[in-house]
Design a protein around this ligand. Structure first.
Ligand SMILES: NC(=O)C1=CN([C@@H]2O[C@H](COP(=O)(O)OP(=O)(O)OC[C@H]3O[C@@H](n4cnc5c(N)ncnc54)[C@H](OP(=O)(O)O)[C@@H]3O)[C@@H](O)[C@H]2O)C=CC1
Ligand SMILES: O=C(O)[C@H](O)COP(=O)(O)O
Length: 508
């Protein structure tokens, strides 16, 4: 259970979860708390502190100070602590999963997998960091015209300083550690602002790092509504880098902050192009896996979480000649999806908030009004929306372009691969896409033409495995994630040049 056992110190006598600063769990002086609404019951389930700007200032100062000594900590020691945190995340996957079930209605199995996946990410990051940060580059001057070998150039990667990490509700643990672990192994300190929905799961994750024994002040976790303390955090002068995952909020942040590195992973409208020679059974199962729900595929940690993933299949672009056959196969698989509470491990569970459900419903009603074919009856109970496949969707419908972030999937019928590529590239988003065909040459040509950070050939879009590069183009993001790229973007280059009085090869 959340807030019990080793996690008991996270919660105060009034049942409000504390924030984490300088190695301690604390109550905010604001005396205010933020409710976390259980998406299934639509009732408050947890409460977290509404931290003040003064408390943010203090933990920022602590982060800046702690980072100086952390940067002097040997790489192997940094890695050792990360491995301890990884083991603790896996050891405590049950209470962490319990939080995810109650805060974001993540199906129980998917919730446990998020904790295990996060432990694996932290460990891989520790190993990768030791490797890539343990080597630099050595250059000599005479490789450039006009120079003798009088200069030796040594380069290495050094930390940026204080990293502000802001993960989203759908992976409040995994998309937090995907920022925290690279930051720490690179010698940075970390200030975490978790999503409100998912904050308690994130606090439990932070406690695993606390139990691992990281230095005081190096890691802090501030809670409160992003709309209230977000700007103060992102524009804080002590912050040296922001790693953000979420929606359009990221675009707004990128316009406000100053000259600091940004790592942004935002929304997506991942297109699934299906050609006439595609394996339609494979395509149908991937559309359901990627668009609606899917049991754990441990090798890929692929979950669908009711379409609440930026990498979910968001629009199917299928050749007219095979469209009827494909739609029937998808309908048959959708009919087998279980719908209900996350505690029962259903495939389709309530979406995260009532406002999210209302937004999805708006897209559905627009499609209905404009004549889309409803393959199932539209059904909603509270935040729970039954999976819905919309066929014969046209570009004048909102669902053709907007991201529902829920279990509603549009099908657009195309007459050429070029038409599919055009629709994909006309989107403001550019995160991932996928193409189903037996012709690998054609798949490569289509992949090269799709303006997205990643194209999956004959499989649904996915961020995992977490060591793969993961990036969004256009409004889908800035920079690249994936463990190696995240480590590198949380460092800067330091050059030291040894100047010799004469060319190095003058003796002998
Ligand atoms: N790329 C991805 O993986 C994700 C994309 N999305 C997209 O975003 C849409 C909205 O989802 P949502 O979770 O509300 O995404 P948001 O972008 O609103 O929230 C993402 C994170 O940013 C925080 N935040 C909110 N406002 C600010 C601010 N002004 N300054 C700093 N941080 C802030 C949020 O905190 P708080 O929760 O307290 O508001 C949360 O931790 C979804 O419908 C989807 O389209 C959503 C989740 C994941
Ligand atoms: O932002 C998201 O929704 C996640 O990055 C998607 O990750 P996944 O493809 O592993 O579900």
């Amino acid at each position: 259970m959340a807030g019990t056992g080793v996690f008991a110190e996270l919660v105060d006598g009034d049942g409000v979860f504390k924030y984490y600063s300088y190695g301690e769990w604390k109550n905010s002086s604001s005396g205010k708390s933020v409710p976390i609404i259980n998406p299934t019951t639509r009732q408050p389930h947890f409460k977290v502190q509404a931290c003040t700007q003064e408390e943010v200032d203090k933990l920022m100062d602590e982060a800046k100070t702690a980072q100086k000594s952390w940067a002097k900590t040997p790489l192997w020691k940094r890695a050792e602590l990360l491995h301890k945190a990884a083991a603790l995340l896996k050891e405590h996957k049950v209470p962490i999963a319990d939080c995810l079930v109650k805060e974001i209605a993540k199906p129980a199995k998917d919730a446990a997998t998020e904790a295990v996946r996060s432990g694996d990410l932290v460990s891989y990051c520790a190993e990768e960091g030791v490797r890539i940060l343990g080597e630099g580059k050595f250059l000599v001057s005479d490789s450039f015209p006009g120079n003798e070998r009088t200069k030796y150039c040594l380069t290495s990667k050094i930390p940026l300083g204080v990293i502000l990490a802001i993960p989203p509700f759908n992976y409040p643990v995994n998309l937090a550690v995907s920022k925290i672990a690279p930051a720490l192994i690179a010698g940075n300190s970390i200030v975490l602002k978790p999503p409100t929905q998912g904050a308690v799961a994130a606090l439990h994750m932070v406690h695993c790092f606390h139990l691992a024994g990281f230095p005081e002040g190096l890691i802090s976790c501030v809670t409160g509504k992003g709309s209230e303390i977000g700007d103060f955090l992102t524009m804080h002068p002590i912050v040296n880098c922001i790693s953000f995952t979420g929606g359009d909020t990221g675009i707004a942040i990128s316009k406000k902050v100053g000259m600091i590195p940004l790592q942004m992973e935002l929304g997506g409208k991942d297109a699934c192009i299906i050609l006439e020679d595609a394996d339609l059974d494979l395509a149908a199962s991937n559309i359901v896996k990627g668009g609606f729900s899917y049991r754990q595929d441990k090798s890929l940690y692929v979950v669908s979480f009711c379409g609440q993933r930026c990498t979910a299949v968001k629009v199917v672009l299928v050749m007219e000649s095979v469209a009827n056959a494909l739609v029937e196969k998808v309908k048959a698989k959708v009919a087998k999806l279980t719908v209900g509470p996350p505690e029962d491990d259903c495939d389709i569970t309530p979406v995260v908030t009532e406002s999210s459900a209302n937004f999805i419903e708006g897209l559905v009603m627009d499609a209905k009004q404009k004549g889309a074919t409803f393959c199932q009856e539209y059904k909603r109970e509270g935040n729970l929306i039954w999976p819905l496949l919309l066929d014969n969707v046209r570009p004048d419908m909102r669902i053709a372009w907007e991201e529902p972030f829920g279990p509603v999937l549009p099908v657009i019928r195309i007459t050429s691969a070029e038409e599919g590529i055009h629709h994909c590239n006309a989107s403001n988003f550019g995160l991932q896409g996928c193409v189903f065909t037996r012709d690998i040459n054609k798949a490569i040509l289509i992949s090269d033409a799709m303006e997205t950070g990643t194209v999956q050939i004959n499989s649904a879009p996915a961020r995992g495995p977490d060591h793969f590069p993961f990036q969004g183009l256009k409004d889908s993001g800035i920079g690249s994630q994936g463990i190696t790229n995240s480590i590198n973007m949380m460092t800067k280059i330091k050059t030291t040049v040894i100047n010799l009085p004469t060319p190095s090869y003058t003796m002998g």
